[in-house]
Design a binder for this molecule. Structure first.
Ligand SMILES: Nc1ncnc2c1ncn2[C@@H]1O[C@H](COP(=O)(O)OP(=O)(O)OP(=O)(O)O)[C@@H](O)[C@H]1O
Ligand SMILES: [Mg+2]
Length: 355
């Protein structure tokens, strides 16, 4: 087993920089997810770790050893791709054992490892089938089996679930997490799906435009987003972001651009009068007959909870209520805000206010 470090890593394609100085420290046995919008450089970073892409500057270390100029096959990693990449003319058994055969592992040893991986993944009964005779989820499991038999120092996954339907994706999510709990192999997993990141990771790295915006545990990122980008990216439905400023006289009052007053707790006195963005997660808006009055724009019952868009002053707020709400668009609804869960960001820099 081994930890992984990225130190000041950069990558340009021609003159075009796509990775702009990335530092990430991954502990031995950790499950780390790189998440961010399309094109932010997640796959490039993973491919650099795998040795499939060279590094323009900086250092990548696996188990303390600099691997910058090491060939992929000498890095002791195994990668699982989105499109499985199974050999169609080989059975499940042959697909899983192929890399061992290439490495000239003894036949008995190879068979033992394939059997072990098949057992873990519930593929024992499918070993003689061909990929075309498998479901999408089973193929994805074979692709994982191919990585497991190699018993690598590090597993790399690049969006392994995005070809699966929604239900299977949820099931496989739990399976991969369970697999990691069992094997405890250092894992770096790429996805653009923040829910996948939140549910599976020990640690999330939020990327944007070739830089790391924030690194933290799922709940750290949710509860203390370092900036507007992370606040908006993590969480669904998304955080409400309202422009305005803190009352120059009163640090517990935020005045929106249209003059509505919203409650704040714990704002530093130094922020009085400053231009800020008020970040409010939908679940911290509560039904309260004595509260602020808004107008319902859209109401979406999900059964479990009610999603609702409420026009309050000049802002459309996403709300999520645990209660069922018996009302129609156009009607009034009164709400309160749990001020202890409000996030304040500097309007100009986008950084979270501290203090
Ligand atoms: N071989 C290449 N030559 C030139 N530009 C490239 C090459 N590969 C990737 N890029 C560019 O680098 C940037 C990052 O690409 P990358 O594939 O790492 O993004 P990503 O975060 O994995 O996105 P997605 O979620 O869509 O998979 C993109 O702007 C992409 O166009
Ligand atoms: Mg990608």
């Amino acid at each position: 087993m081994a930890g992984v470090q990225f130190a000041e890593v950069r990558k340009s394609f021609g003159a075009f920089p796509v990775i702009k100085g990335v530092n990430i420290d991954i502990a031995d046995g950790e499950f780390v997810i790189l998440v961010g919008p399309s094109g932010c450089g997640k796959s490039t970073l993973l491919r650099m770790l795998a040795g499939l892409e060279n590094i323009s500057a900086g250092e990548i270390r696996i188990g303390g050893r600099v691997v910058n100029s090491l060939a992929p096959k000498d890095r002791d990693i195994a990668m699982v791709f989105q499109n499985y990449a199974l050999y169609p003319h080989m059975t499940v058994q042959q697909n899983m054992g192929f890399s061992l055969m290439l490495n000239k592992a003894p036949k008995a040893e190879a068979e033992k490892r394939v059997k072990y991986a098949a057992g873990i993944l519930g593929l024992d009964a499918l070993l003689d089938r061909y990929p075309r005779q498998l479901s999408g989820g089973q193929r994805q499991r074979v692709a994982m089996g191919r990585a497991i038999v190699r018993d690598p120092e590090v597993f790399l996954f690049d969006e392994p679930l995005s070809n699966l339907d929604a239900k299977l994706r949820v099931a496989m999510r739990a399976e991969i997490k369970e697999l990691h709990q069992r094997l405890r192999t250092t894992t770096v997993y790429v996805t653009h799906d923040q829910i996948e990141a939140m549910t599976m990771a020990d640690k999330i790295v939020v990327m944007h435009d070739g830089i790391v915006e924030q690194v933290g545990s799922p709940l750290e990122l949710y509860d203390k987003p370092a900036n507007l980008f992370v606040g908006g990216f993590i969480g669904s439905p998304a955080m409400n972001m309202i422009k305005g400023r803190l009352d120059p006289e009163n640090a517990s009052r935020f005045i929106t651009a249209d003059g509505t007053a919203l409650p704040v707790a714990n704002a530093p006195d130094s922020a009085k009068g400053r231009d800020l963005v008020y970040g409010l997660r939908p679940e911290y808006i509560l039904l309260d007959p004595n509260g602020l009055s808004g107008e319902i724009v859209v109401i979406e019952p999900t059964g479990y909870e009610t999603h609702l868009t409420l026009k309050l002053g000049g802002s459309d707020l996403n709300c999520v209520f645990r209660e069922r709400v018996n009302a129609r668009p156009g009607e009034r609804l009164d709400i309160a805000i749990d001020a202890s869960h409000v996030h304040l960001f500097d309007a100009e820099s986008g950084q979270r206010l501290t203090g």
